[in-house]
Design a protein around this ligand. Structure first.
Ligand code: PLP
Length: 380
């Protein structure tokens, strides 16, 4: 089956009791058992729930994975991966990344006696230099949040494996429609399902997808024992979102490319970060490991903080708000929003300058989006 078909059919056979084409929202927390020893498939909804199982089967297939576990947020999914490590272990982590993951490693990692080294991971050499004998996890994002850098996932997976580490990739920015890290040799794909997978800014969810049988039990423990599971209603929303993922992503790509092309030529824009420019660094690499580009575009505005603030607060269609990947366009200021938990030094080390703005380009008409950005840039 191809991507579009899997999104609509996998895990979604008609309900055997009624023939319903749409998956029922199974709100029951518990299920009548066959006997004291045996369930009839389901026992208790934290451990397994039919609506969640449908969404998990569907997402596993979209990531070309055998397995998927859903969590109550992207952060809960990342916490589950951290839960695979033990005190004394070490993480190598890409430097440009979602700040919540940075907080997770710095707070809970440290608390558990796990140290993290941040490396740009733009070259194999810089990533390799960060490894230690006790490195057990290589954590990557590609494209990265917020600077849209593309990393060589196959080569980095090899480096991680050579050092005996698990390799995880946060695939939130690309979505499985454009990139399948498991096919590149990565062990675990993590998603904030809140973003493109859900696609309508109406759910918080997370996922891990993987192929390795030996990771099944430890990750199952993280889900069932850790207990950070999504509600059946959120699983239904996720499933509904994924059914249109391919159509939405094609439009996000079209609008994202149009907005990026406009911004890059604008006299008030200092720099545009978009991996789909044919002259952007790693464009060839991106083309080799991705099937396209999503709607994420970051820019640095000329005129410093004040001009940037006027721009970010003057858009009318782009709404000032955190998050990304929904049908509606959002404009974000990473320094005080998605990346506010980083210190000024950490932001500076990553190039998160005071004139950086991140756009999640939605599905409104591209001309309206461009006119909106143009009028807002005139205020900058
Ligand atoms: N990963 C990335 C790339 C993100 O942008 C986010 C949230 O913005 C997360 C993970 C965390 O996801 P959630 O907000 O669903 O916990």
């Amino acid at each position: 089956m191809r991507f579009e078909t899997k999104a609509i059919r996998v895990g979604q056979d008609p309900d055997p009791a009624t023939g319903a084409i749409v998956q029922p929202i199974h709100v029951s927390s518990t299920f009548k058992r066959k006997s004291i020893e045996q369930t009839d498939g389901y026992g208790y909804s934290r451990v397994a729930n039919p609506t969640r199982a449908a969404a998990e089967a569907c997402l596993a297939s979209l990531e070309n994975g055998q397995f998927c576990f859903l969590f109550s947020s992207g952060m809960a999914a990342s916490t589950a991966v951290l839960g695979l490590l033990s005190p004394g272990d070490h993480i190598v982590c890409v430097q440009d990344l979602y700040a919540g993951t940075h907080s997770l490693f710095n707070l809970f990692g440290k608390q558990r006696g796990i140290e993290t080294t941040y490396a740009p991971c733009e070259t194999i050499e810089d990533a390799t230099a960060a490894f230690r004998p006790n490195t057990k996890l290589l954590w990557l994002e590609s494209p990265t949040n917020p600077l849209n850098q593309v990393l060589d996932l196959a080569a980095l997976a090899e480096v991680g494996h050579r050092h005996g580490a698990l390799v995880a990739v946060d695939n939130t920015f690309a979505s499985p429609y454009f990139q399948n890290p498991l096919d590149l040799g990565v062990d675990i794909v993590v998603h904030s399902a809140t973003k493109y997978l859900g696609g309508h800014s109406d759910l918080i969810g997370g996922a891990v997808a993987f192929n390795r049988q030996d990771l099944f039990d430890p990750l199952w423990d993280q889900q069932a024992v850790g207990g950070a599971v999504p509600s059946a209603f959120d699983c239904f929303l996720l499933l509904r979102g994924m059914r249109t993922l391919s159509v939405r992503m094609r439009e996000h790509e079209r609008n994202g490319a149009a907005v990026a092309a406009f911004l890059r030529e604008h006299p008030k824009v200092e720099a545009t970060y978009y991996p789909g420019f044919s002259d952007s660094p790693n464009y060839e690499l991106a083309k080799s490991q991705m099937r396209g580009f999503s709607g994420m575009v970051s820019v640095k505005v000329k005129g410093g903080y004040e001009a940037t603030k006027r721009f970010a607060e003057s858009t009318k269609i782009f709404q000032l708000g955190s998050s990304l990947g929904g049908v509606e366009s959002l404009i974000g200021y990473p320094n005080s929003m998605s990346h506010s938990s980083m210190s000024d030094e950490e932001k500076a080390a990553r190039g998160l300058t005071p004139n950086l703005v991140r756009l999640s380009v939605g599905l409104e008409h591209a001309d309206d989006l461009i006119e909106d950005l143009d009028q807002a840039l005139r205020q900058a």
